[in-house]
Design a binder for this molecule. Structure first.
Ligand code: ADP
Length: 251
């Protein structure tokens, strides 16, 4: 079953910069799909079309079709807030709100109408457990989230995204600012998340893609060059450009 089916997706930034060129890809549900490729090749741009984050940038023009669970997310009737609840996103740099750990997690559910303290307590615990952070913070939930380490902050942001019960989690280079231990914690976490969520992650780190993803999509200059099971893409690439990239001939 596919979470997303994308057909003929083109995106131009203002000034007519063609950042995505005719991208066609089906993203399987309940698997981890990694978007790989050199810097500036459209990976983040593509990721951000999946929950319409690109709507926030002026002058962006999009053509083509993105179906999420069979529905065109660019249809006029789409409720974008609802879409972003179902398709959550975690950014490169952890961005906790300047409030308590508890309130960071409860923020989204409160906006969506959860009021009872007991319900919020449950959501906070469940989300922090799912993000493998509960044991480290359970005794200081009322402390400011900005006091956490970088790796903890990033897991907090994952917990915050999970708190509204999304179906998909988009991770945009979520470990690139982290030390190796925090990176490993997040990689392990991603492996556990796919039981419940579809994960799409941008990484410029090929080894990370090999370690954590089931599928890999190789982007180059706005084009999706190749998409396959991760082991096949790395071990038996079909396109010469993929082979050159995964064997380190450019990057
Ligand atoms: P990647 O994630 O592979 O590093 P990006 O998707 O960030 O690549 O960028 C793809 C291209 O689009 C680059 O040429 C980049 O300069 C351009 N780009 C990205 N964001 C913007 C923006 N907000 N405005 C204009 N151009 C952008």
């Amino acid at each position: 079953m596919d979470a997303f089916q994308i057909n003929g997706l083109n995106l131009w930034y203002g000034g007519n910069q063609h950042a995505l060129k005719d991208v066609c890809i089906d993203v399987p549900a309940h698997e981890v799909t990694a978007l790989i490729g050199p810097s500036g090749c459209g990976k983040s741009t593509f990721l951000r079309t999946l929950n319409r984050m690109q709507d926030l940038i002026e002058g962006v023009r999009i053509e083509g079709e993105i179906l999420f669970r069979g529905e065109n997310i660019y249809a006029p009737k789409t409720d974008v807030n609802e879409l972003r609840k179902r398709v959550g996103m975690v950014f490169q740099k952890a961005n906790p709100f300047p409030m308590s750990i508890y309130d960071n997690i409860a923020y989204g559910p409160r906006i969506h109408g959860v009021r009872a303290r007991r319900d919020l307590d449950d959501i906070v615990e469940r989300s922090l457990r799912a993000a493998a952070l509960w044991d480290e913070v359970k005794d200081r939930l009322s402390k400011n989230a900005l006091g956490l380490s970088g790796g903890q902050q990033q897991r907090l942001c994952i917990a915050r995204a999970l708190a509204v019960e999304p179906e998909v989690l988009l991770l945009d280079e979520s470990t690139s600012a982290l030390d190796p231990i925090s990176t490993e914690q997040i990689e392990n976490l991603v492996g556990t998340l796919k039981a419940r969520y579809t994960v799409v992650m941008v990484t410029h780190n090929m080894q990370q893609a090999v370690r954590v993803s089931d599928n890999a999509a190789f982007f180059l200059l706005g084009e999706l060059v190749e998409f396959d099971r991760t082991d096949a893409l790395f071990n038996h690439p079909k396109d010469q450009r993929t082979l050159d990239y995964v064997s380190g001939r450019f990057g």
